[in-house]
Write a protein that binds this ligand. Structure first.
Ligand SMILES: Nc1ncnc2c1ncn2[C@@H]1O[C@H](COP(=O)(O)OP(=O)(O)OP(=O)(O)O)[C@@H](O)[C@H]1O
Length: 684
């Protein structure tokens, strides 16, 4: 039967739902049966203890089969709510009839015949939904390229099992549905975008050839969403060789990790392990050092006007720091070791022989050569003098060799690096026994170069979000420990350190095999909000999505007291209206956010302060620092204290840009004092 009209589609949907319900019932029955079997097997083992070991395997299998049936039932439960979101009618060349292909979050096959009723959005045939309009189309199947024609392309909004609407579209960019999706209130956490993935986004999700993929995308261009869909895609395509445990995400903080935690389960995949640069470097330094966190570095740059600190951060964030460290490693390789003669009892080992052994160990990292050399010198004594070195002699050899390396210690060598470069003031402890943030990475990189490292072979794909916040030395460290595929994503205009930001050229030097792609269309904010953001940091590449809303509202208070009353009122209005789900008051620093929370005495109970120590993202109203708000989004944003004095330097402007681009629909800017000049006269 041809399914064309809405009535026919509704009938088709009901048929699919009845199949899903039947499968869910079968799944539940199987799970119940397995539960009963399990009880029986356990009772048998109780009565026949001697057979316990034999039956163990069978018990594990029964339990596993029951759990799998339950998991499948849960997945079907989700599918019942929204079985599919798209359809293409495709006729391959040579075929007589077109076939309707319904596309959903996962595959559903007819229980009896095995015929697919719904195709997974990641399947080869589904790719045409994202890549083609009606007319000629093709896709890469396992058997090769399949060409043909799409005669119909349809989109559905099915929510809670009901077909809300359907539209036929000819364009590959589904503007109408996309507009609707973007104009609704934000969900509590990040959601999947399978129904409206755009063509350029789709190309990135499906890229399987790049060893290192660098995605530079403007604010709100969908980078994080795409990265998560890319993980889901790779897990689907390589399901025999890749599991979620083989992937690692480096994310900026726990709040962000929680914010994105819903997307992969929505796509039917398990969440992947997550870590941070700080944890990685701590592991590399064997937890022997205490160091500042990135959060502290940024806070210091925003709160103190210590030029020397900023200079140190800028230097260590730049490519020159890495270049000089590499040069220093070469210099150490050539100059650190100073051979001398060694006397062991009545035997003398000439310096030339010691040097020969040093050269023979050149494949080992510099500081790993000592023990190997000592062993080689003991052998030398045996072959040359037929003298077998005892434990005491071996200790003499080891000590003598260590002295020839100047009894080097990584931390001392790292400190000496700054004298070697002629810039001793570039190193300073943050506090007694506390390293500055970037020194932890310089030190770890030097350690890797001089002592070697155990690489993370288990990780097959590494994903780094907010790539602009890491420096060349951090990437050089990553390149050494993760010899796997890497996806990097970020926006150089949202840097936490504009003075020393990473650029795409530096990334190309560190990862010569990288592919770089750019995303210029911004989906999150209305055109009015983006217009204001462009005044703060102009990005000529940014293309706003054609979506309008109320212009940003400025409130110029006569004094701070009036400003606070106004902020209080905005929050109260928001909580009373309940039209939108989320609002953020984004402050320059956490200190300001915490002080504001204290000052606004009459806040509704639901208002929460999110700090660097928070683990959960919460909806409702949050008070948050600009730094922590990175990657998040809110229906409404208030930026308080937006005076020229507060948002003057490059890093302050960067924070203001981040804060404003978090807003989807409404932005309020308040100030009790002159606004920054760049916020005056926003073009209409
Ligand atoms: N194709 C799409 N369909 C529907 N929504 C989309 C699409 N692409 C992006 N979005 C929406 O745009 C918003 C921004 O997406 P996301 O947070 O992934 O962007 P980003 O580039 O990582 O942003 P930022 O760098 O500013 O944090 C989200 O609400 C996301 O759902």
């Amino acid at each position: 039967m041809q399914i064309i009209t809405e009535k026919e589609e509704k009938e088709h949907l009901a048929i699919i739902q009845s199949r899903i319900t039947a499968m869910m019932n079968a799944g539940r029955e199987l799970a119940n049966k397995r539960a009963a079997d399990l009880l029986e097997q356990k009772a048998y083992v109780r009565d026949n203890r001697d057979e316990k070991a034999i039956l163990h395997q069978s018990i594990v299998q029964t339990a596993g089969s029951g759990e799998a049936a339950l998991a499948k039932t849960r997945q079907l439960g989700r599918l019942l709510q929204t079985p599919y979101f798209g359809r293409i009618d495709f006729k391959a060349t040579g075929q007589t009839e077109e076939q309707p292909i319904y596309i959903g979050v996962c595959t559903l096959k007819d229980y009896d015949t095995g015929v697919p009723l719904i195709y997974d959005w990641r399947s080869p045939v589904s790719s045409m939904f994202y890549d083609f309009e009606t007319g000629e189309a093709s896709y890469e199947a396992p058997i090769g390229n399949v060409a043909g024609e799409i005669s119909l392309k349809r989109q559905y909004r099915i929510k809670n099992g009901q077909l809300e609407f359907m539209i036929d579209t000819a364009a590959p960019v589904f503007d109408e549905l996309l507009q609707q999706e973007l104009s609704v209130s934000s969900d509590e956490k990040m959601k999947n975008i399978v129904a409206t993935i755009q063509q350029d986004q789709h190309a990135i999700i499906r890229d399987e050839t790049s060893q290192i993929l660098v995605i530079q995308g403007v604010a709100g261009s969908g980078k994080t969403s795409i990265a998560l869909h890319r993980i889901a895609f790779l897990l689907y395509r390589h399901r025999d060789t890749l599991t979620s445990k083989d992937i690692l995400i480096i994310s900026p903080n726990k709040v962000f990790a929680d914010y994105i935690s819903q997307v992969l389960p929505e796509l039917g995949e398990e969440n992947v392990p997550e870590t941070s640069m700080g944890l990685l470097v701590d592991e590399l330094l064997e937890r022997k050092y205490v160091f500042q966190r990135l959060f502290e570095q940024v806070t210091m740059m925003l709160e103190n006007t210590d030029d020397a600190f900023t200079k140190r951060v800028n230097y260590k964030s730049g490519f020159e720091f890495l270049r000089q460290l590499n040069e220093y490693v070469v210099w150490l390789n050539n100059h650190l070791f100073k051979p001398t003669t060694i006397t062991v009892g009545r035997f003398v080992i000439p310096a030339a022989v010691v040097m020969e052994k040093y050269t023979a160990c050149h494949r080992l990292p510099l500081l790993k050569r000592g023990p190997e050399m000592a062993a080689a010198l003991a052998q030398y004594l045996f072959y040359k003098h037929r003298y077998e070195a005892d434990t005491k002699d071996k200790t003499v050899l080891k000590r003598a060799v260590a002295a020839m390396f100047g009894n080097a210690n990584i931390f001392r060598l790292y400190k000496e690096f700054f004298k070697w470069t002629g810039q001793p003031t570039m190193f300073k402890m943050a506090a007694a026994k506390v390293l500055e943030y970037l020194d932890a990475f310089g030190l770890a990189y030097l350690k890797i170069c001089l002592e070697g490292v155990t690489v993370h072979r288990k990780v097959k794909h590494l994903l780094i979000d907010e790539m602009q916040d890491y420096s060349p030395v951090q990437y050089a460290m990553i390149a050494k420990i993760f010899p796997c595929k890497i996806t990097l994503l970020g926006d150089i205009h949202q840097s936490l350190n504009p003075g020393g930001k990473i650029d795409l050229d530096s990334l190309r030097k560190i990862f010569p095999q990288s592919q770089q792609v750019t995303l210029n269309k911004s989906y999150r904010s209305t055109m009015e909000i983006l217009r204001l953001a462009q005044q703060i940091i102009h990005n000529p590449a940014l293309v706003p999505m054609e979506r309008h809303g109320q212009p940003p509202v400025f409130f110029r208070a006569v004094d701070e007291r009036q400003e606070l009353v106004h902020i209080q009122q905005l929050i109260t209005d928001f909580t009373q209206q309940r039209r939108c789900k989320s609002m953020a008051v984004i402050c320059k620093t956490e200190t300001v956010a915490a002080a504001l929370m204290e000052t606004l005495m009459e806040l509704p109970a639901a208002v929460q302060l999110l700090t660097d120590a928070s683990h959960r993202f919460t909806d409702g109203v949050v008070l948050i620092s600009a730094q922590l708000s990175k990657g998040l989004e809110f229906d409404q944003v208030i930026v308080p204290f937006a005076t020229a004095a507060n948002y003057h330097t490059a890093i302050e402007k960067s924070m203001l840009y981040i804060a404003c681009t978090r807003a989807m629909h409404a932005l309020h800017i308040t100030a009790a004092g002159p606004l920054p000049a760049y916020l005056e006269n926003i073009p209409p």
